[in-house]
Design a protein around this ligand. Structure first.
Ligand SMILES: C[S@@+](CC[C@H](N)C(=O)[O-])C[C@H]1O[C@@H](n2cnc3c(N)ncnc32)[C@H](O)[C@@H]1O
Length: 260
């Protein structure tokens, strides 16, 4: 009896939650579009491009492949660690607008943000994406301290490479450095010169976020964008934005950008 009553109730609660989320996401998209995009129609255009590209279905199917691969792996639940679809769409819209020649990101893992970014560059018809990632390979034992202790269980399944779900036809604009961002970012920025966009999604400690922002911001051209995921995990992003007199523009509740 309890079960037959509770199932419809649970369904109704689930529907109400999804509706609330959809309304919230729509509001966020409108705010992002009016704060950052050239006109109101631009976001809809970019969403249509993404739908037509087949990337969303591709990522959904790779997400299922990930779930299948880690389902029986012992230990704590392993996660794909990816940016959300709303964030991917907004990231795509940012890079379609900024049209970077040089884009830099930290934190690749299975490759969601990388795939959205590379599709934007492909549609722009120019640009390179340089990524840095210290991947956690599921099934590998690491020396304690290899990863920041606040890190979740995002990882790459056994037998896969970091960024494995990036479609082959987008890879020709991509270079990947494996290792810690605090070791490799300064050298990368030195090598590529002025950059047009930066995305932080690696280790979300205050020190590392602050380090990456402080390295990337001076390397950005005027009008370039500094984006960050997980902005609510520490004070780093809001404090960095305030110190540089910039107003953050939200791409989601946990992801935002500032314009240089
Ligand atoms: C949240 S995941 C990135 C998700 C990715 N942006 C996406 O949308 O699919 C974070 C990645 O950063 C890596 N990482 C952790 N600490 C790092 C560090 N110090 N330097 C570079 N990468 C790091 C993690 O192992 C993981 O691969």
């Amino acid at each position: 009896m309890v079960n037959t009553l509770s199932r419809p109730l649970r369904r109704a609660a689930g529907l109400a939650l999804r509706t609330r989320r959809r309304v919230r996401d729509e509001r966020l998209k409108r705010r992002f579009a009016s704060a950052f995009l050239p006109d109101r129609a631009a976001l809809a255009t970019y969403e249509r491009e993404l739908q037509a590209s087949g990337l969303l279905e591709h990522l959904r199917s790779k997400g299922r492949e990930f779930d299948e691969a880690v389902r029986d792996v012992p230990g704590p639940r392993h996660t794909i660690g990816a940016i959300a679809y709303l964030e991917g769409i907004n990231l795509y819209a940012v890079l379609r607008t900024v049209k970077p020649h040089i884009a830099v990101e930290t934190g690749v893992c299975n490759g969601f943000s990388t795939a959205f970014s590379l599709l934007a560059l492909e549609r722009n018809g120019h640009g390179e994406l340089h990524s840095i990632d210290l991947p956690r390979m599921i099934g590998t034992d690491y020396v304690p301290g290899t990863f920041f202790e606040g890190k979740g269980q995002a990882g790459v399944p056994e037998g896969k490479q970091p960024g494995w779900l990036v479609p082959d036809h987008l890879r020709h604009r991509w270079s990947l450095i494996l290792g810690r961002s605090d070791e490799h970012l300064p050298e990368l920025l030195e090598r590529v010169g002025t950059i047009d966009s930066f995305l932080h999604d690696s280790e979300h400690s205050f020190e590392n976020m602050w380090f990456e922002y402080s390295q990337a911001f001076p390397a950005l051209r005027e009008g370039g964008v500094l984006m960050s995921h997980d902005i609510n995990t520490t004070e780093a992003f809001p404090r960095f934005a305030a110190e540089h007199g910039r107003e953050p523009i939200d791409l989601s509740r946990g992801m935002a950008l500032i314009v240089k």
